[in-house]
Design a protein around this ligand. Structure first.
Ligand code: 0PR
Length: 375
């Protein structure tokens, strides 16, 4: 087939998908990324860090990405470790896999920890102990009651449903006298919290400036504006060693992730995004996202909607009765929405494409379907 015909065929399917630039995807943690990142992605698409010896250039790019990520998680001077993996799921699995190989046994997490943690305990056959929450955050009292030596505690900096930050400094204090592996899932929040702190919105710490934190998940393909697949796992000690597998025919003789062949164009693309935005560019982006979140909060309140919880970052939850019916109606009208059924909320992730204009359009749409949810 000639290329034009192939393009036409693909186009038919492309048009059936939603796209971020249309401003209708409200519940994703991804957005339209800069062209230069996509260019980098294509240019480096052959690279495979599963066999890094052939790609010393891409390997160096990975080091540079990791260096920037370490700055985001406030790593003090000194040697830390990290790899760009396929996403938050793989990063969480690898962290807990490594912990298990190091002799840790049970996993303690809240119900609002990302579902990849439940996946992980199933795969690794580790017992999962659910720690209760206080208003969407890990309860210190319940943690203290349940924790034992050789546990893994997973705290989340930016929970998926509500965008809240577990009290990580306090958790660290509670576990400090025990041999507990503290993993922080900052897949989303890692690219948000440092800037919210600089902007004066909050002052929590969540990373390696807390000495009990052993590993952190942080994803360029969420608020880092990089194309997927690009998550990352960072660690204080070389935990990757504990899961390293001999692969003698590979250039480095070792493999230390879940995937063998690793799509590594996104490593170059992550670096391109980091160069493109830089520290202050990300701060501006976060500022805009947070201002839009607060605009959304104000406007929904004005229209007599109940805000479920005051947002700590750019995730807003609006309490709506009959949320399942509302979801159906919105999806029918072409919206890509996300809900938290257990909280009966509409969940809006204020990525850069979710602007004040989008908020107004959504409010108008909700008015149109008011009857179907009984307001
Ligand atoms: N940790 C946290 C805190 C997360 O929010 C997520 C994903 C992960 C880990 C797992 O990351 P990966 O999906 O990269 O493996 N959070 C979003 C979610 O599950 C991912 C997402 C993105 C979902 C775009 C939908 C979507 O359209 O809600």
């Amino acid at each position: 087939m000639d290329e034009e015909r192939i393009k036409k065929i693909l186009d038919r399917y492309y048009r059936r998908d939603l796209h971020y630039e249309d401003g209708r995807i409200l519940g994703s943690m991804y957005t339209k990324v800069p062209d230069i990142a996509l260019e980098a992605f294509l240019r480096f698409h052959q690279a495979n860090l599963g066999n890094p010896g052939l790609y010393p250039g891409t390997r160096e790019l990975e080091r540079r990405v990791v260096k920037f990520l370490l700055r985001l998680v406030s790593a003090p001077k000194g040697r830390f470790y990290g790899h760009v993996l396929s996403g938050g799921t793989e990063a969480n699995i690898v962290a807990l896999w490594a912990a298990r190989e190091m002799g840790y046994r049970r996993v303690l997490a809240t119900k609002d920890a990302h579902f990849s943690i439940r996946k992980t305990v199933n795969i690794l056959n580790m017992p999962l102990v659910t720690v209760k929450m206080n208003r969407g955050k890990m309860s210190l009292g319940d943690l203290e009651r349940k924790m034992k030596d050789k546990d893994v505690v997973v705290a989340t900096a930016g929970t998926t449903p509500l965008g809240l930050i577990d009290p990580i400094e306090e958790i660290a204090r509670v576990i400090s006298s025990m041999d507990i592996f503290l993993h922080v899932d900052a897949a989303f929040g890692g690219f948000v919290i440092p800037f919210l702190r600089e902007l004066g919105y909050l002052n929590q710490r969540f990373g390696f400036d807390i000495k009990e934190v052993k590993s952190v998940t942080i994803d360029p393909h969420k608020m880092g504006m990089a194309p997927y697949p690009a998550g990352a796992l960072l660690s204080r000690e070389n935990i990757f060693q504990s899961i390293s597998i001999d692969a003698p025919y590979l250039s480095t003789g070792k493999n230390y992730s879940i995937l063998g062949t690793r799509q590594s164009g996104s490593v170059a693309a992550s670096y391109a995004s980091i160069l493109y935005f830089g520290w202050s560019g990300y701060r501006e982006l976060v500022k805009r996202c947070m201002e839009n979140t607060l605009y959304g909060m104000k406007r929904f309140s004005e229209e007599d909607f109940e805000i479920f919880v005051k947002p700590e970052m750019n995730i807003l939850n609006i309490k709506i009765p009959n949320i399942l019916r509302v979801k159906r109606e919105l999806v029918k009208r072409g919206w890509g929405i996300s809900i938290n059924p257990s909280y009966s909320t509409l969940r809006i992730v204020f990525m850069p494409h979710v602007t004040t204009v989008v908020v107004e359009k959504l409010l108008k749409e909700l008015k149109n379907i008011e009857k179907s949810y009984g307001r």
